[in-house]
Design a protein around this ligand. Structure first.
Ligand SMILES: Nc1ncnc2c1ncn2[C@@H]1O[C@H](COP(=O)(O)OP(=O)(O)OP(=O)(O)O)[C@@H](O)[C@H]1O
Ligand SMILES: [Mg+2]
Length: 271
């Protein structure tokens, strides 16, 4: 067993904010002192190198072809924050999901070195994504409040629960806390009603539609870095807090709790 915890971020519907979420989530975890790597697993359609504004030379495809090793592929974004990039060709699509995942799990040096591997998946719960679910310690499903996204979340959560028992839901681009919890409860109740197993889903939080997020995307910058005092950064911090408590079952020591309350109080003062 490797040391790294694997978190796959997924959605049935595209464009709900997975890639932006993964990059900013990873950055904040790293800021908290964790060693983090991101695997861009939207095979053939990369976005993490664009979000982090880095130049890619060798990619994960080269690793699969054995024409490069992990040391040549991995990009150090900053100290203890890494990216495993992909290229924009369909070459990787020729590989079967199980082969891709097994090849990745061979990278024991990396997986023993980091605390968290965050996988930014494709907008579909296809067989490749399901292979990623199988090796995940946690799955985070992202949804917006759009009806099509909510509907695709039922299916995504049900499929995720076949492979993993630690699943969280985040409502992105949702304005109010009440709306987010209402949607979460609706999704949870429908899943409970239509499933034989007792599926546990944790509500992790919500992120409002934010001009700071869209502005950062245009600038190829991270919103948590560009706008550390924004509501969106506060909401993502709250999501991480819930992730630690509800999925990691971390008993946060008073020092960590204090640092969260300092962040949160500091941000509240700004509004
Ligand atoms: N809370 C938000 N407020 C405003 N804009 C947002 C928010 N979240 C994401 N976006 C914007 O939505 C767009 C899509 O985001 P992103 O690429 O992360 O989605 P995705 O789910 O990864 O898409 P795909 O399914 O195609 O991989 C980006 O332009 C991003 O800036
Ligand atoms: Mg994406």
């Amino acid at each position: 067993m490797h040391k790294a915890k694997i978190i796959t971020v997924a959605s049935g519907k595209g464009g709900v904010g997975k890639s932006i979420f993964c990059a900013n989530f990873a950055y904040l975890l790293n800021q908290m002192g964790y060693k983090v790597a991101i695997l861009d697993a939207n095979f053939g359609l990369p976005s993490q190198d664009i979000i982090f504004n880095v130049t890619v030379d060798k990619t994960f495809t080269d690793l699969l072809k054995a024409s490069a090793d992990m040391a040549e592929v991995i990009i150090e974004i900053k100290e203890e924050l890494y990216l495993i990039p992909i290229d924009s060709s369909d070459e990787i699509c020729l590989y079967d999901g199980k082969y891709i995942v097994d090849r990745f799990l061979d990278e024991t040096t990396l997986l023993d070195k980091i605390d968290y591997l965050i996988i930014d998946s494709a907008p579909s719960i296809d067989p490749k994504t399901q292979e990623l679910f199988k090796i995940s310690d946690h799955i985070i499903i992202l949804s917006t409040n759009d009806p099509a996204s909510i509907t695709s979340s039922y299916t995504s959560l049900k499929i995720a629960s076949k492979y993993c028992d630690s699943i969280g839901l985040v409502l992105n681009m949702t304005d109010k806390k009440e709306d987010a919890t209402l949607i979460f409860n609706k999704i949870k109740n429908i899943i409970l009603k239509h499933s034989d197993n007792n599926i546990e889903i944790a509500y992790l939080g919500y992120i409002s539609p934010s001009n700071y997020i869209s502005r950062s995307s245009l600038k190829r910058a991270l919103f948590v870095k560009e706008y550390p005092n924004s509501l969106a950064t506060y909401q993502l911090n709250e999501t991480i807090y819930n992730f630690f408590i509800k999925l990691e079952h971390k008993v946060l020591n008073s020092k960590v709790k204090k640092s969260f309350s300092v962040i949160i109080n500091h941000l509240i003062e700004k509004f």
